[in-house]
Design a protein around this ligand. Sequence first.
Ligand SMILES: [Zn+2]
Length: 411
Amino acid sequence: MSSTTLLIIIVAITIAEYLVSEWLSYRNQKAAISQIPPQLEGLYDAEKYTKQQNYFRTNNRFSLITSTFTTILMVVLLFTQTFGTLYNYCLTITTNTIGVTLIYFAIIFLVYDMLMLPFQIYDTFVIEERFGFNKTTPKTFIGDKIKSLILLAILGGGLISLIVWLYTLLGTNFWWAAFLVSIGVSLIMNLFYSQIIVPLFNKQTPLPEGELRDEIERFGQKAGFEITNIYVIDGSKRSTKANAYFSGMGKKKRIVLYDTLIDELTTQEIVAVLAHEIGHYKKRHTLQNFILAGVAMLIQLYVLSLTLTSTTMAEAMGVATPAFALSLIAFGILYTPIDMVTSLFMNSVSRRAEYQADNFAAKYGLGEELISALKKISVKSLSNLTPDKLYVKFYYSHPTLLQRILAIKKD
Ligand SMILES: [Zn+2]
């Protein structure tokens, strides 16, 4: 295959991905105006439903503009071989493989981030603001930006350096070592996420003594789950949207509740949400996800290793000899179709896990409370009640509200 043919394939995949996602989004918009199912009637009053439909349309239009912009940008960069030109320029700064790869990705990331900044600002301070979700102050926004850049430089830069070093050491056999390193890093991240990463962005305080804590602990005893770490996080610092999650493993495991959730739900509804989270833990979903993601990564690294020495790929990207950074970008695009299939599968596994966690809560007699909690959370975030079936298959990690209600009622 000539490098021109390969370049055309790479560009074609970029455009095809864009078209598929816009087609799915179009289907989803058509489905949004359909009749609300009887089980969900009355969830929104007329005024709130108009607001929801507006929010939905605004977000769709915004994401169409964003993805059109990034796709056109990508196609232009590929056809003009700018990625290769930039790499050759970086080689004039240093010829050290790790150094040149780091400088190269740093430039690409910073330029991309700057181009996306207006979109992010518009999303947070115009769209989310207009619909009453935004609580982020410009100061928090800038602080977040700086902190995540530093974090990315340390973690991302560190991981890239390590992987490129393994590549220079082991050649194309580097994939298994890179796999072990990545698994190690994500294990460490999982363990220390709550103690190191979260505090950079949010305040976490132990849930104070009182009715809520008593009820949660009582449920923990009933379910045979020792709850010692229950924290409240100041989610209200950025958005009014509510959430709860579970993190860490073994002794480090903790339950985190958004302050916005505590404000909105009754004690029993919160217990039901927690029962759902404990259900994930009891059914070993964290482990299951970890293993599946690991297998997906192993396959991906192996396929990557097969392409790293390809001169055709290097020439398609605009350099004469294979370079790790450029192969990574070309591979990232060529792998998109496989990635789509993987994510279809991962999402279906995740939706099944959500049903099981809901079922766990229902088994403890918290079905009705869970349903009312889910309804409140959906209304609060103006979520779409009638998503398109295919769209759900592609993008939803959770079943739709209606699907969950029906399944809980059956339990
Ligand atoms: Zn869940």
